[in-house]
Design a binder for this molecule. Structure first.
Ligand code: NAI
Length: 246
């Protein structure tokens, strides 16, 4: 039980990687808040995990909205009494080539993927500082490290998350808080499923392991960074991408 009695907030936990992480964390003894915009999927996943005997709670949140994030933190404290782990996993894409990208789509991706991470972390961190312990895990992407066709907004947001992670590692290390970022490769979730099959095949061809990641592959990296096995890992970018060949 690597997370026995730890309380974790996982954003974007109603599907994909976040859902796999919620299950993985619960299996290791954590009490998990499934924080997601999608109330239908979130409610269903809460029910399914409770039926397996896990201590989880769904709380609806729009990470891009500060009032909504403050309410998430208040409700978490009210329900579980404390917070030890924050996984900033929620993210969206709105792809278009530079010449066709609208400012609305540019801004919304930044609002969710970048400002959302800022809101959640700023709202949770006072509780972590007070207890002198905490784990913050952010989510970047291979697109943020290498860039990617059609992803001006997404790549910008994910590169910026790496910058914030390193800054927070410097600011919060002395408070007993570990801050790291996982950079997933192309992973088999709804986010990738909406891409054309041809593009997915090209992605696989560019990966040394010749396959997409599974949500569990990324969830296991989150788990390592959330556990005390990674106590001396700090300010790191953990690439979980099957060996992207550039
Ligand atoms: P997904 O689309 O399966 O799940 C994302 C979840 O975030 C959904 O449940 C959605 O409702 C939620 N969400 C969206 N906007 C939200 C908001 N404003 N507030 C709260 N929740 C919101 O995506 P997936 O693939 O599981 O992605 C998880 C993270 O991993 C994202 O940050 C994504 O950018 C990142 N990532 C994914 C890769 C992939 O190939 N699937 C590759 C690299 C990074």
């Amino acid at each position: 039980m690597r997370l026995q009695d730890k309380v974790a907030i996982i954003t974007g936990a109603a599907s994909g990687i976040g859902l796999a992480a919620a299950l993985r964390f619960a299996e290791e003894g954590a009490k998990v808040v499934l924080a997601d915009y999608d109330a239908n999927a979130g409610g269903e996943q809460e029910k399914a995990l409770k039926e397996l005997g896990y201590d989880v709670k769904f709380i609806q949140v729009d990470v891009a909205n500060r009032d909504s994030v403050d309410s998430l933190v208040t409700q978490t404290i009210k329900h579980f009494g404390e917070i030890h782990i924050l996984v900033n996993n929620a993210g969206i894409t709105k792809d278009a080539m530079l010449t066709k990208m609208t400012i609305e789509d540019f801004s919304r991706v930044l609002d969710v993927n970048l400002t959302g991470v800022f809101h959640c972390t700023q709202a949770v961190v006072p509780h972590l500082i007070e207890q002198g312990y905490g784990k913050i895990i952010n989510t970047s992407s291979v697109s943020g490290v290498y860039g990617n066709f059609g992803q001006t907004n997404y790549a910008a947001s994910k590169a910026a998350v790496i910058g914030m992670t390193k800054t927070w590692a410097k600011e919060l290390g002395r408070k007993g808080i570990n801050v790291n970022v996982v950079s997933p490769g192309f992973t088999a979730t709804a986010m990738v499923a909406k891409m054309p099959e041809k593009i997915i095949e090209q992605m696989k061809a560019g990966v040394a392991l010749r396959r997409l990641g599974e949500p569990q592959d990324i969830a296991n990296a989150y788990l390592f960074l959330a556990s005390d096995e990674s106590s001396y890992v700090h300010g790191s970018v953990l690439q979980v991408d099957g060996g992207i060949m550039m």
